[in-house]
Ligand binder design. Structure first.
Ligand SMILES: [Zn+2]
Length: 246
């Protein structure tokens, strides 16, 4: 690549500006701040949903235990009623009356134990149900947060996509004005180092911010404007303008 019109070289700076802008848009898309938060919320949601399911299962297990405990209490009460009824009937021998009285005593102790158990189970059920209700509320809240974060991400993505599309259109128009061989060199340099072309401003390469040595400045002063020059340090196409300090 020996030469290209100075005006085409200058146009490379516009192209580079648009490419830098496109790069920033890609970074912006990857760095949408809500995305990280959405990942955290989604993970928390999954854990909380599992907890809600576990709490529901526990509550229904305890509810079954409660039903069984209720049945046990009912059975003992019925047995006591039956015994009392027998005793009151007057058709029972004295020895049997004594046996029935003993049985009622022991049934009442049993009833009291069973009622204590029933109470414990009720308390456990209540706390399991409270835990379940809490997790369900948390799941709803997390779902709402996730939905709003996802909406924010989608809105930002679409905004960035629009900007990117506009920039791509501008870039295509600028690229079309640049001679093919100069454009190819620009693309090759850019692919290697990120910066394809930079202005020489006040003897400093704007691609790497290195000030050129005086010997190089002297050499550049003597070159034709359409000679394509490269920065010795970062290899970018060095575009000379009125601000170059030559
Ligand atoms: Zn440089």
């Amino acid at each position: 690549m020996a030469s290209a019109p100075a005006s085409s070289q200058a146009r490379l700076l516009d192209l580079q500006a648009l490419d830098t802008q496109l790069q920033q848009l890609t970074h912006a898309r990857a760095g949408i701040s809500e995305r990280r938060e959405a990942v955290d919320v989604a993970a928390e949601l999954e854990v909380t949903q599992d907890r809600a399911v576990a709490a529901a299962t526990e509550a229904s297990d305890i509810a079954r235990l409660q039903a069984r405990a209720d049945d046990d209490v009912q059975a003992v009460r019925a047995r006591i009623e039956r015994d009392k009824h027998l005793m009151d009937s007057g058709n029972v021998a004295a020895k049997e009356l004594e046996n029935l009285a003993h049985e009622i005593e022991s049934l009442k102790r049993r009833q009291s134990e069973l009622e204590d158990t029933e109470l414990e189970i009720m308390e456990r059920l209540e706390s399991a149900q409270t835990a379940h209700t809490g997790y369900v509320a948390q799941v709803e809240e997390l779902q709402a947060r996730l939905t709003s974060l996802q909406a924010a991400i989608a809105a930002r993505e679409s905004e960035l996509a629009t900007q990117e599309q506009q920039t791509q259109t501008q870039r295509a128009a600028v690229a079309a004005e640049i001679p093919a061989d100069l454009l190819a060199l620009y693309e090759k340099v850019r692919a290697a180092g990120g910066v394809g072309a930079a202005m020489l401003r006040q003897k400093t390469c704007q691609g790497c911010r290195i000030t050129l040595p005086e010997s190089e400045i002297t050499r550049l002063r003597a070159t034709e404007p359409d000679s394509v020059e490269r920065c010795d340090n970062c290899r970018c196409i060095l575009v000379r303008t009125a601000e170059s300090g030559l």
